[in-house]
Design a protein around this ligand. Structure first.
Ligand SMILES: *Cc1c(COP(=O)(O)O)cnc(C)c1O
Length: 387
């Protein structure tokens, strides 16, 4: 089975480009909304770093979600796309002064603070504006995730967050500072997580930390458990919408929230991953001694995940129904790692065929670079090809 693509319209634009299936994105947003509706204290802040295409952002903000930002540029993009400042959270280990000032001026919901020096600077900058910044502390829960080493973030060895042993100390320091208000705890253990057991481990850790704080009569308004839910890269057509029911049920079952406590999520990949495809055309089919290459006009500059994380993207030949043959699909960039997939079966390829690299909606377009002086790929949504 192949996905549904407006192939005739694809001929009118330059390849490579990203194509976002907005019907699928809407369906995904509805599935999340249906889950969140079951608990009025659950909130989603979409992780903007997964995909900041303005049209994609607009659809997500229109669904009523908040935004999780990791830079001043993302805060600007989120505000421009209509996300209310009151639903924006701001994480990152290296927030610059201008970024903190921007967030203070916008009056965002919360800074997710990752160190004591950062807390002191936020206090100072807020003081200069006569404001009080709401802060949560990102705690490194030392919980591993069964995912690629480059995308685990919750181990003690990672650069993210504040060590658990320092949690009470930072809360005490915050209490002595005039221009910050402690409002919660934040966690994020990694990305592309498909084993619910990893999230159970996080819940158990949060329960322990909450019990510890309670013994010292410290109240926490907000718990933010980050994002990380994975998608099925092998089966984009069979599993287009991630299993949000399982994901949220895991938290309902394993996380002990206190009365009135608000629970925040920061999903990125699971929201936008499956709705996007990188569309490319075959330039040449090259026969080598032991294999054949489909050389395409997209490269690692357009989609870096295979080169960066050995990630797999399912590929479809949208132009051919002929018998399948085995190809290495490679790009034109002058790097040996510019390979999308090795020994993959595709309907027989010809020069000019359109290939779709599926599940490319997250960490695709946003990570594109102009290495080799290439133009950045454009992003189109279904509506761009209507009529
Ligand atoms: C990247 C990131 C997310 C989103 O991760 P996904 O795996 O895309 O859901 C959420 N929170 C923080 C702090 C992040 O850095």
């Amino acid at each position: 089975m192949k996905g549904l693509f407006p192939l005739e319209k694809f001929r009118t634009v330059k390849t490579p480009f990203y194509y976002y299936d907005t019907a699928l994105l809407r369906k995904t947003l509805e599935a999340i909304k249906a889950e969140l509706k079951k608990n009025d204290n659950y909130h989603l802040h979409y992780a903007v770093k997964a995909n900041a295409n303005p049209k994609v952002l607009r659809l997500i903000s229109a669904a009523g979600f908040g935004a999780d930002c990791v830079s001043g540029g993302e805060i600007k993009a989120a505000l421009e796309a209509g996300f209310p400042a009151s639903k924006i959270v701001f994480a990152g280990v290296g927030k610059s002064d201008w970024e903190i000032n921007l967030a203070l001026d916008a009056d965002i919901f919360c800074f997710n603070v990752e160190s004591i020096p950062e807390l002191e600077i936020i206090d100072q900058l807020a003081g200069e504006k006569g404001k009080t910044a709401r802060v949560s502390f990102r705690i490194n829960p030392d919980v591993g995730a069964h995912t690629h080493a480059n995308i685990t973030t919750g181990l003690a060895e990672n650069k993210f967050g504040i060590a658990m042993a320092d949690m009470e100390k930072v809360i005490e320091i915050a209490a002595t500072l005039e221009h910050v208000k402690f409002t919660g705890l934040h966690f994020h253990i990694g990305s592309q997580i498909l084993e619910m057991g990893d999230f159970v481990a996080l819940c158990n850790r949060v329960n322990e930390l909450q019990a510890q704080l309670e013994r010292h009569h410290i109240k926490v308004e907000n718990i933010n458990v980050g994002g990380g839910l994975g998608i099925d890269y092998q089966h984009p057509n069979e599993v287009p919408v991630p299993n949000f029911a399982d994901y949220f049920q895991t938290y309902r079952k394993h996380l002990n929230l206190r009365p009135g406590q608000q629970l925040h999520f920061e999903l990125g990949r699971a929201v936008v991953g499956q709705c996007g495809s990188l569309i490319t055309r075959v330039l040449y089919v090259k026969q080598a001694t032991y294999k054949q290459f489909a050389i395409v006009d997209a490269g690692m500059t357009d989609l870096i995940r295979p080169a960066l994380y050995q990630a797999f993207h399912y590929i479809e030949n949208l132009s051919s129904e002929e018998t399948k043959e085995t190809y290495d699909v490679v790009g034109p960039i002058c790097e040996s790692s510019d390979v999308f997939v090795k020994a993959f079966d595709l309907n027989r390829c010809h020069r000019g065929d359109f290939l779709a690299l599926r599940s490319a909606g997250a960490y695709g377009e946003i990570m594109a670079s102009s290495y080799n002086c290439r133009e950045l790929p454009k992003g189109y949504v279904t509506e761009d090809f209507a009529g």
